[in-house]
Structure formats: structure tokens, C-alpha cells
Design a protein around this ligand. Sequence first.
Ligand SMILES: [Mg+2]
Length: 190
Amino acid sequence: MLEKFYPDMFVDRIQDIELLELKKKNIKGLILDIDNTLVPMHMREADENAVRWIEKVKNAGIKACIVSNASSKRVIKFNERLELHAIHRASKPGTRAFLKAARLMGLNPGETAVIGDQIFTDIYGGNKVDMFTILVKPIDAKEWFFIRLKRLGEKIVLSEYNKRTEHKWNKRLQWKKNSLDKRIRIKQKG
Ligand SMILES: [Mg+2]
């Protein structure tokens, strides 16, 4: 029942995709999601990582087409450096844009792979038209996860640190109090 949501392949990031393996599977074109797949959500233009990877795809003789649910403004700006076929407001997981992308690349759905970070839009949509589907881990969530982990690490370190300094201070305060008491006692005696 859940099979329609299962990707054919799952990788950490696009750079981990073995392009030659895809060619062996008779994949001749890629349908690419932008946000959290090629770049983090907030990035308006294609960064070096994306540009270099698309270069690799082209050099491997594989075609590519952007299919994004984002606005035309977002997609056009992003595509400036890549100069790929691109479809905006794609209404994924609707299948129309996927089929159109395959047509633009001159390929059959079976020769096309969909790459994206979302199971319910990218993967589900690609599966519906029998394309090869590749799920990547969302770039932003990865950052958040590591930042959160770092913060957690920092928190643990700081709380340990505070405990120790607190302990030291308490000891020091106790010592001061004791020595003061002693001095008072000596004074009273005298
Ligand atoms: Mg996405």
C-alpha cells in the first residue's frame, strides 16, 4: 500500500548519485527539484555545488530539466547559471509537469529519473508515471539537525562547566564564611 511512496533509490545528497549506474539503468534524463534538493531553501541562485554537479551530469551525457512547484520568478532566477529546461508551478505530485519535462528532453518516462527531497510530491509524482525515483535528504534539515546537535553539545558542555564553577564558588563561599566566623570567634575571645 505504501509502495507508491517508496523511492527506487535513497541518497544523502545529489553528489552521491552514481551517474554511470543510472546510465546502466537506461536513464537518459533527470527531473530535478530545486528547494532542499539542489540548494537550501533560502538560496535564490544556483551555488557552486549545484553548478558543478549539473556540469557533471551534462558531461555524462545525461539531460536535465528543473521541475519545481515554486514561482516563475524563483525558477528563472535559479536557472540563470544552469540554463536547463525548467517548469515552474509544477503542481507536484500531479503528473502533468513530469510528463512535459520528459517530452522537453525528448525522452520516455521510463528513461527519466525524478530527484527530490519530498516523498509526497517528488517521489509519489514520479512513481505515478513509472519514472525512476531518487530521494535525497533535505539540505536544510541537515543543517538544522547539525546546528541543533551542536547546540545540544554546547548546552551539555556549558551545564557541566557551570556545575563545576558553581561547585567551586560554593566551596569558596563556604571557605570565606568559615574563615570569617573563625576571625569573629578569635576577636570575641580576645
Ligand atoms: Mg524540495
